[in-house]
Design a protein around this ligand. Structure first.
Ligand SMILES: *[C@@H]1O[C@H](CO)[C@@H](O)[C@H](O)[C@H]1NC(C)=O
Ligand SMILES: *[C@@H]1O[C@H](CO)[C@@H](O)[C@H](O)[C@H]1NC(C)=O
Ligand SMILES: *[C@@H]1O[C@H](CO)[C@@H](O)[C@H](O)[C@H]1NC(C)=O
Length: 814
């Protein structure tokens, strides 16, 4: 009831405002649409052509030369890597279709028949005590520790150049007792080699005495011929078996192994419902040995024991010695030292007085971000208003870091701009390669999909509803943060080595900027609005704004075209500023971007559009009421599944919304003019923002800034029965990093509030670092967000995406 009334009012207001500003709207249509409209008037036949044209725009690549021109073996030292972000340990090459290797393990005494207890993909359900790359340089080596109950599994690898196919590498997998009394714990390790579908090539198992697998050999288009040897180097092995078979895809490797273990168990006529084993559990050949694409070796031993896997490239013919045994120890030690030296020269934590423990922590936070950089290949599902169904994007590779190895092991557009800060300061070349891959995913409209789900493994981890990407939907353009950061810290390197790349990137950036500036424009001049909010739902307390990156952060209660979003406006102001800098660096005309940047940074206009004089804060504007609640309501009869009355939480609007500032909601969004440094240093608004930010009743906590003020009506409120608060209270590190960075900025420019900014800078920075380290020590993880009441880590973990920005906070690099 309340709802239909609301809608009537909403439409009326909309009609009025549209009239008032109708003169300008026609300019905002993309050219193609105008022409399409023209064509319709001329002839129906041509209309069909135009429609076909519009339909295909969403998945037509932006039509200039690609940025990624060297890939695969063109970059031999990054050919092999731990590019399978979502597995505990595995290497593959930067090829669309690669040979992949990986690790699985289980405790024979507790493996369950349903597969529970079997480790392969990083999974929070495995409840591991901790796991992370402790050292990883993104190129040559890595050291990881995985603590699973009573054992520590240590995985290390080192690469070595040689030949023409990416050289050799060796990995060690050590199973060590966590405590002295854990000695003797029985563990089965499985190391596998598989070839992805569409990989041209073969692999086969090499057998020695007693039908024991001694290694694998093969030949693929990318790698040429190779052998992989497996050796025990410490401890004793109780059992050794192998499987060579055909798996139907990378997404079912674990199932394939389990299936064979079950067959083996049944053959041994054991009780099948209790646990799989208790006695030796062997992998048996399943009769599909001809032309296998999946070869697994299983080694069962008692902690401590250690195996070594060495990959040798056939084209490396003048190898003097093997990268095994002592040679391996030495090579690893050398890489570790190089890493430590570089880590100190980049982040200078030792000279800043951090303890060894703190530096070890920082190395882990950094390494697990760099160590989870993945290489994906495939097609996304995309949709536009012109396509009836989702259509496939073009097949493309993506080289990218990921937010979380367990929960989000794939590329996310807005996260990646934050990852880029840490990656670029370490290795600008890697970051530019990542940026190039992302910008090659831009379509002819200037849109880049915001979540990239490429390949079988990635797809297997995403709920259906999140798969399709819609081309009206934006995501914060955080790559401008990265580019700004690179310009600031690495300008010399950029101009000396990467000038051409930057020059080639520039038109794409222009198109990207335009896409935001045109498609996300608001109803009034100088305003912007995130698209993609659901105007019709009555299930959400406040319809989500996934596109903003801040999912359930409260906005106007009734989404409509009049809305204006202050965070988006600041992102675009910031983007224009960076575009102007880039134009200047590249000797292009800066006028257009200077103008837009100045226009959007004009504090008078900003304040007119977004400063609520009522509550003295920056805020969104729209059709809004705070008087909404979720209440159990009966579904309308046609939606009921059965005869029994089903009750569902629905939103009830207790007061008609009206057009106003959303100014009872104070939080991250209100801080954007500060965060992105749009506020003038002398503006009284700056004083007020700093004061509010420091207020414990609003955002300030001992652990960082909470996302939403305690006084906000939707603070810590569920959005539906099933959607717990996400950006409605918890502390997020990406925006805290930007806040610290802004406080640093305002404490270093002339202005009335320098001192306040400096205090906030110091305190906030300290609080964040202390809590993140403390929670790591307590739980073994970096977390997606932190509880604003006790600082505890919450959400997915390990989350060494933007939470690893803690390293830049420690190093004071902004
Ligand atoms: C084998 O493991 C033991 C116990 O962890 C260790 O002391 C020893 O140094 C290891 N030996 C080699 C050759 O790695
Ligand atoms: C940009 O233009 C200036 C003046 O025209 C010139 O001195 C400079 O070398 C140019 N820089 C680049 C990178 O082309
Ligand atoms: C952004 O959009 C506004 C409004 O349409 C326009 O005036 C401005 O020139 C645009 N800026 C750029 C850099 O394209």
């Amino acid at each position: 009831m309340a709802r239909s009334k609301t809608q009537e009012k909403h439409t009326k207001i909309k009609a009025k405002l549209v009239n008032a500003s109708s003169a300008k709207t026609s300019n905002n249509f993309p050219l193609s649409m105008n022409s399409a409209i023209g064509v319709i008037c001329i002839a129906i036949a041509v209309w069909f052509v135009a429609k076909g044209y519009l339909e295909t725009r969403v998945n037509t690549p932006y039509n200039v030369e690609k940025l990624v021109t060297t890939s695969g073996l063109d970059i031999p030292d990054r050919y092999w890597g731990t590019y399978r972000s979502g597995v505990y340990f595995g290497l593959k090459t930067r090829d669309p279709h690669s040979l992949v290797t990986g690790l699985m393990w289980y405790f024979p005494r507790s493996l369950r028949y349903d597969g529970n207890g079997f480790r392969h993909w990083c999974d929070q359900g495995d409840k591991l005590n901790r796991y992370a790359w402790l050292e990883h340089d993104g190129r040559t080596f890595g050291v990881q520790e995985i603590v699973d109950n009573s054992v520590v599994i240590k995985t290390t690898f080192v690469k070595r150049p040689g030949g023409y196919h990416g050289g050799d590498w060796t990995a060690r997998i050590a199973v060590l007792p966590e405590k002295e009394y854990d000695k003797g714990e029985e563990v089965s390790l499985l190391f596998y080699t598989a070839i992805e579908e569409s990989t041209r090539g073969w692999i086969k198992a090499n057998l020695g005495d007693y039908n024991r697998l001694t290694g694998i050999e093969g030949n693929t288009k990318g790698l040429g011929s190779f052998i992989i040897n497996l050796n025990l180097i410490n401890g004793t092995i109780e059992e050794h078996s192998f499987l060579a078979t055909v798996a139907s895809g990378l997404n079912v490797l674990k199932e394939t192994v389990l299936q064979n273990l079950r067959i083996a168990t049944e053959k041994g006529s054991m009780e099948k419902h209790v646990v799989l084993a208790g006695e030796q559990l062997l992998l048996l050949s399943d009769g599909k040995k001809e032309d296998p694409n999946f070869v697994v070796t299983q080694v069962t031993g008692r902690a401590p024991f250690e195996i070594e896997v060495s990959y040798e490239s056939g084209s490396f013919s003048n190898r003097i010695d093997k990268l095994t045994g002592k040679n391996y120890d030495e090579a690893l030690e050398k890489q570790r030292q190089l890493f430590s030296t570089k880590f100190e020269s980049v982040f200078k934590l030792k000279s800043k007085g951090y303890t060894d423990d703190e530096i070890t922590f920082a190395k882990m936070a950094f390494s697990n971000l760099v160590g989870s950089i993945g290489y994906f290949y495939g097609t996304s599902q995309v949709q536009s208003t012109y396509t009836q169904e989702p259509v496939p994007y073009w097949k493309a590779p993506l080289y990218t870091a990921v937010p979380s190895r367990s929960f989000f092991p794939r590329g996310f557009l807005w996260d990646e701009g934050f990852h880029g800060l840490l990656i670029s300061i370490w290795d600008t070349e890697i970051e530019l390669d990542i940026i190039s891959h992302w910008f090659d995913l831009m379509n002819v409209e200037g849109w880049i999909p915001r979540e990239m789900i490429l390949g079988q493994e990635a797809l297997a981890k995403v709920p259906e509803e999140f798969v399709t990407q819609i081309n009206t939907n934006a995501n914060p353009p955080t790559f401008f943060l990265t580019l700004d950061f690179i310009l600031q810290h690495k300008e010399h390197e950029l101009l000396k080595h990467n000038f051409q790349l930057l020059d080639k990137l520039y038109p794409r950036l222009q198109t990207w900027f335009s896409w935001f500036n045109v498609t996300q424009i608001g109803d009034l001049p100088g305003t912007y609005r995130w698209r993609g909010r659901d105007e019709t739902t009555n299930r959400e307390l406040n319809p989500k704004t996934l596109t903003s990156g801040l999912d359930d952060y409260p906005r106007a209660s009734h989404p409509n075209v009049i809305e204006r979003h202050v965070d988006l406006r600041c992102w675009i102001a910031f983007a224009a500023r960076v575009m102007a800098k880039l134009a200047e660096t590249l000797n292009y005309s800066t006028n257009k971007y200077e103008e837009t940047s100045q226009y959007l940074s004009d504090n008078n206009l900003l304040n007119k559009l977004h400063w609520s004089s009522n509550t003295q804060m920056y805020s969104d504007y729209g059709l809004h009421t705070d008087k909404v609640i979720l209440r159990k309501s009966a579904l309308p009869p046609h939606k009921q599944r059965s005869h029994t009355q089903s009750l569902e939480m629905l939103r009830v609007v207790l007061e008609d919304p009206s057009l106003k500032y959303v100014d009872t909601t104070f939080g991250y969004v209100s801080l954007f003019p500060f965060i992105l440094q749009i506020i003038d240093p002398d503006s009284p608004q700056l004083g007020k923002v700093l004061q509010d930010l420091r207020d414990p009743d609003l955002l300030w906590t001992k652990y960082g800034l909470r996302s939403l003020a305690k006084t906000s009506p939707l603070y810590m409120k569920f959005n539906t029965e099933h959607d717990p608060p996400y950006w409605r209270g918890p502390i997020w590190i990406n925006l805290n990093y930007l806040t610290v960075r802004a406080a640093y900025h305002y404490s270093n420019v002339k202005g009335l509030y320098r001192e306040n900014a400096r205090k906030i800078y110091e305190e906030l920075r300290k609080n964040l670092i202390q809590n993140i380290i403390k929670q790591y020590k307590k739980t073994g993880y970096l977390w997606e967000h932190y509880d604003d009441s006790d600082g505890k880590g919450k959400g997915s973990h390990p989350f060494t995406g933007w939470t690893s920005l803690v390293v830049l906070l420690m190093a004071e690099i902004y």
